[in-house]
Design a protein around this ligand. Structure first.
Ligand SMILES: [Zn+2]
Length: 264
C-alpha cells in the first residue's frame, strides 16, 4: 500500500532481501513521476503496477522514471517497467547501466536541471558516483535515495564509495535547507524521514557524525596495527554491537582516502 509522505508524494515499500526499499510516486502539473523502480519482475508486476491501479493512477499519466542510482534494489525492475509502460522517459545521471533495449529512453540529467516543471535534479554522489536526488520545489522536499545513509541498515551497513564526496553531499544538502528529507530505506537510527528544519538538521548531523566516527576508527586501526579492511570491519562490529554491520568495501574506500590525505 502507498503511504502518503508529503503533499504530492507517496511511498510504496517493497521487500528487498532482509530490508525494504522504496518506490515513490510524485504527482506534478505535468503528470506522474516514479522515483526508482525496485529490484525485480515480481516487484513491478505483482507489487508496483497493481498498487498504482488500486490508487486509480492511469498508467498513461506516468511520464518519467527517475533513477536515483543503479544499485539493484533501486533500478533492477527497470526492464519490466519499461516493457509494460514503454512510453516512459528515464531520468538518470548516465546510461551505462541501462539495458541496451531501453537506452534510447534515457535522458541524461544535468545538475540543478528541472524536470516536470516542479522538480529539480541534484547531484549527490558519495554513496555511489551516479547518486542523484530530487527536490520537489513546491514543498522543499528532498528525496535523497541512498545519498544519506546515517549508520546504514542491517547487514548492508553504510555504503560509501567516496568519503570525500559523501561529506560534500551532506554539506550541499545543509546549504539547500530542505524542509523535509525522504530517504529510500529506514536507516539507523533516524529512519526514512525527517520533517521540519530541526529534524532535517539532526538527520544531517547524524550523517556527518557517523562518517567522522568511521574515519577516526579506521585511522586509529591503520595507525595501530592493520590496514586489513576485513579485520577493521570486524573490529568495528565487535566494538559497536548495536550498529548495523560495517561493510568491508566502505572500510577500503576510507583507507584509500586516508592514504591520499597523507600524500597531500
Ligand atoms: Zn544504493
Amino acid at each position: 500500500m502507498f503511504v502518503h509522505e508529503r503533499e504530492n508524494i507517496d511511498r510504496l515499500w517493497i521487500p528487498f532481501d532482509s530490508v525494504r526499499t522504496s518506490v515513490f510516486l510524485i504527482q506534478t502539473t505535468e503528470g506522474y513521476l516514479l522515483f526508482d523502480c525496485a529490484s525485480s519482475e515480481y516487484d513491478i508486476r505483482k507489487l508496483l503496477l497493481p498498487e498504482l491501479k488500486k490508487q486509480g493512477i492511469p498508467f498513461e499519466d506516468i511520464q518519467w522514471l527517475f533513477c536515483s542510482h543503479f544499485h539493484s534494489d533501486h533500478t533492477g525492475g527497470l526492464p519490466y517497467l519499461l516493457n509494460d509502460l514503454p512510453w516512459i522517459h528515464i531520468a538518470a545521471k548516465d546510461s551505462s547501466n541501462v539495458p541496451p533495449a531501453f537506452k534510447h529512453r534515457v535522458h541524461m540529467v544535468c545538475d540543478t536541471e528541472s524536470i516536470m516543471n516542479d522538480l529539480q535534479v541534484l547531484f549527490t554522489p558519495g554513496h555511489s558516483d551516479d547518486s542523484i536526488s530530487l527536490l520537489d520545489k513546491r514543498t522543499n522536499t528532498l528525496l535523497s535515495g541512498d545519498a544519506l545513509q546515517q549508520r546504514g541498515i542491517g547487514k548492508y551497513g553504510t555504503g560509501i564509495a567516496s568519503p570525500a564526496l559523501y561529506y560534500q553531499t551532506i554539506q550541499r544538502i545543509r546549504q539547500l535547507q530542505p524542509e523535509c528529507l525522504l530517504a529510500s530505506h529506514a536507516y539507523d537510527p533516524l529512519g526514512e524521514k525527517a520533517e521540519g528544519t530541526l529534524a532535517v538538521k539532526q538527520y544531517l548531523d547524524e550523517n556527518e557524525e557517523y562518517l567522522l566516527t568511521l574515519e577516526a576508527f579506521v585511522k586509529k586501526q591503520v595507525n595501530a596495527d592493520t590496514s586489513n579492511a576485513t579485520l577493521i570491519a570486524e573490529q568495528f562490529r565487535n566494538t559497536h554491537p548495536n550498529f548495523p554491520s560495517l561493510p568491508v568495501w566502505t572500510v577500503q574506500t576510507i583507507i584509500r582516502k586516508l592514504s591520499t590525505d597523507e600524500q597531500e
